[in-house]
Design a protein around this ligand. Structure first.
Ligand code: HEM
Length: 403
């Protein structure tokens, strides 16, 4: 271990670029920092507040459970922007602290009921079958993102929120544009249209409630119109891009590892553990940030009020102090304790839904298309390069033998 660990000297921020040969591994420079300093102070311009990069599993878990670390964006200094962040949009729970967060979280947690999740399990199975039928009818080759990874969670969000059946095609087209299919201008327009649509839908449900989460929120809580629309748009963002990328990137990882692919295909009983391991191994919500509200001792470091911590969750989920042989994808591993859904009061509210979708969709895909393989060389699969986005593939060209 180098002396810098003890001397508290800032280090130059590591590159967040991935190694093209290992697209599933965290950026090598970030991993190198973890090996030396699980919490490292980054060099910032003169006069800027302290910024820390945290890569150790135990430290990130500790921060996420400590109310002295704030989720409010405006408490966080963004090293790339060179300034504090603007506040989160209305209804975005990940940008709130207690007691504001408690109010929203209580209201929402009561809506993600066991009953509703059980109903959704049946629908995930049906939707998955329908999408696989469509893929089979269309024949190889196909872009797995377009035909499967994106539509399954998009249709599930429609179920959860209660988007009427006749509006789902339009809804799906717009979400597809949002998921990288369009130019930045088209994506922005789709984002605004979807937000407007969800706000109108939520308000319509105030007057004519149906059996879905948006109706419950519209009639059962004390949310203003603006808050109601904001929460609806936030849920779409939180539940769609994440799950779609887990399905697509998870499939890509399995296609790169034939032994693991065969293990899951031949033993669907492996699904629960396999999903946890893929969540850990891929860590698609790669980083988070928190603002430091009070002076805190962390490890052997002293953080000051006003500082910012960048939490490299992807590096933490590969921390050898927590997971033996962390860079190996091993679907039989006990991957419990990973931080892919976060930890503490902001831990993902939709995690059971995401698990249901992944546990159904991935084995069903491999069973229906046992000869599934990439239709292009692996290094031609386009990956998301922006480290501030959910990680994933832009498209996944696949092919298979017709049965
Ligand atoms: C594999 C898919 C998913 C991943 C990897 C994921 C990841 C995460 C993470 C890391 C957080 C914590 C953010 C923070 O600490 O600031 C979070 C929060 C959240 N997620 Fe998910 N998520 C997924 C799917 C979903 C789904 C399907 C839904 C619901 C439709 C959902 C709804 C939420 C909500 C409402 C929060 C905010 C919780 C809070 O701040 O109290 N997520 N998610």
């Amino acid at each position: 271990m180098s002396n810098t660990y003890y001397r508290d000297e800032p280090i130059v921020a590591p590159s967040f670029d991935r190694a093209p040969s290992c697209p599933f591994d965290p950026p090598p420079e970030v991993t190198a920092v973890r090996a030396e300093q699980p919490i490292a102070r980054l060099a910032t311009p003169a006069g800027a507040p302290g910024v820390w990069l945290v890569t150790g599993h135990a430290l990130i878990r500790q921060i996420l459970a400590d109310p002295r670390f704030s989720s409010r964006y405006e408490t966080q200094y963004h090293p790339l922007l060179g300034d504090r962040m603007p506040p989160a949009p209305v209804g975005d729970l990940t940008g709130m602290d207690a007691p504001e967060h408690t109010r929203f979280r209580r209201l929402l947690a009561g809506k993600f009921t066991v009953r509703r999740m059980n109903l959704l399990t049946e629908r995930v199975t049906e939707i998955t079958r329908e999408r696989l039928d469509a893929m089979e009818r269309q024949g190889p080759p196909a872009d797995l993102v377009e035909v499967f990874a994106q539509p399954v969670p998009a249709l599930m969000i429609c179920e959860l929120l209660g988007v009427p059946y006749e509006e789902r095609v339009r809804f799906q087209d717009q979400t597809r544009v949002l998921a990288d299919a369009g130019s930045p201008e088209e994506q922005y327009a789709a984002f605004v249209q979807l937000g407007d649509y969800l706000r109108e839908l939520a308000l319509a449900k105030r007057a004519r409630p149906t059996d879905d989460l948006l109706s419950d929120l519209a009639t059962g809580g004390d949310l203003s119109d603006e808050e109601l629309g904001g929460v609806a748009a936030f849920l779409l963002g939180a539940g769609l891009d994440t799950t779609a990328n887990m399905i697509a990137l998870g499939t890509f990882a399995l296609l790169r590892d034939p032994a693991q692919f065969a293990a899951l295909r031949d033993d669907p009983g492996l699904a629960d553990g396999a999903v946890e391991e893929l969540l850990r191994y891929l860590s698609i919500a790669t980083t988070g940030m928190r603002g430091v509200l009070a002076d805190v001792e962390l490890g052997d470091r002293r953080l000051q009020a006003g500082d910012t911590v960048i939490l490299a969750v992807n590096a933490a989920n590969r921390d050898p102090a927590k997971f033996p042989d962390p860079d190996t994808l091993d679907l039989r591993r006990q991957a419990g304790g990973h931080l892919a859904f976060g930890h503490g009061i902001h831990q993902c509210l939709g995690q059971q839904l995401a698990r249901v979708e992944l546990r159904v969709a991935l084995p069903a895909l491999l069973t229906r298309f046992p000869s599934l393989r990439l239709a292009v060389p692996p290094d031609e699969v386009p990956l998301r390069a922006d480290p501030t986005q959910i990680y994933g593939v832009l498209s996944l060209p696949v092919t298979w033998d017709r049965g």
